[in-house]
Design a protein around this ligand. Structure first.
Ligand code: SF4
Length: 228
């Protein structure tokens, strides 16, 4: 049974050829080197997770890097509250049936709170800048998480908080049932169009325009035949 993750879903929506290169032709390993920014982000997530479990790191460790220190201090100042029914680093594996195949939606949510008829999801961001592509990717990932958790618990809506710790900003998104229906359609389309049993699967071509920003920031820019 195929496992679909939030990142594979957002890759597909951004460009079906990215999905094809990464998950069908398996080129993703060549991009596996982690940047310094990603390593700092991993450390900040780890600090918050451990703090939520009352594991406190020595201050000298946190103070080693100014970005890590600022992000963690902002978290302590604004978000350090212990709410009931709240889970950090919440992993899910949700099975769904489509007319083509059964798949598992898989992911890990930074923080989730289950209320009576709604859910709040928090995603910690540690970047010092926002780009068009990161904003788009973040929203697609939140769509995916929302749809997956709506299959775990019947709810009326989902509150998303994208918390940019270093920028000291919070972005709120409300996902209601209409939006969930739209997301489901996108996920089902993706599953249908990337079904491995369709041996002559060809990704739907992007509407390619020279200078389109997605191509110019794409890791596959140099050898992609779709790029013009
Ligand atoms: S270079 Fe452009 S067309 Fe090719 S995979 Fe990247 S985004 Fe898609």
């Amino acid at each position: 049974m195929r496992i679909i993750s939030a990142s594979s879903y957002s890759d597909y929506i951004l460009c079906p050829l990215i999905y094809s290169y990464k998950y069908i032709e398996n080129y993703q390993d060549i991009f596996s080197v982690k940047s310094e920014e990603i390593k700092k982000g991993d450390l900040i997530h780890k600090l918050i997770y451990n703090y939520s479990r009352d594991i406190i790191y020595p201050e000298s460790y946190i103070n080693e890097d100014i970005d890590v220190k600022n992000a963690f201090n902002y978290y302590l100042e604004k978000y350090d509250e212990k709410l009931p029914n709240t889970f950090n680093e919440y992993s899910f594996n949700v099975g769904i049936n489509t007319e083509f195949e059964k798949v598992i939606l898989n992911g890990r949510i930074d923080q989730i709170t289950f209320n009576d008829k709604n859910i709040t999801i928090i995603d910690w961001k540690s970047t010092n800048r926002k780009t068009k592509i990161s904003l788009l990717t973040n929203k697609l990932q939140m769509d995916f998480y929302s749809y997956a958790v709506s299959k775990i618990k019947d709810i009326d809506f989902i509150n998303i908080k994208l918390v940019y710790l270093n920028l000291q900003q919070e972005e709120n998104i409300l996902i209601d049932k209409d939006k969930l229906f739209e997301i489901e359609k996108n996920i089902f389309d993706m599953i249908k169009n990337t079904n491995p049993d369709i041996t002559n699967y060809v990704p739907k071509p992007l509407e390619l325009v020279k200078g389109k920003y997605i191509c110019e920031v794409c890791n596959f820019y140099n050898f992609c035949q779709g790029y013009i």
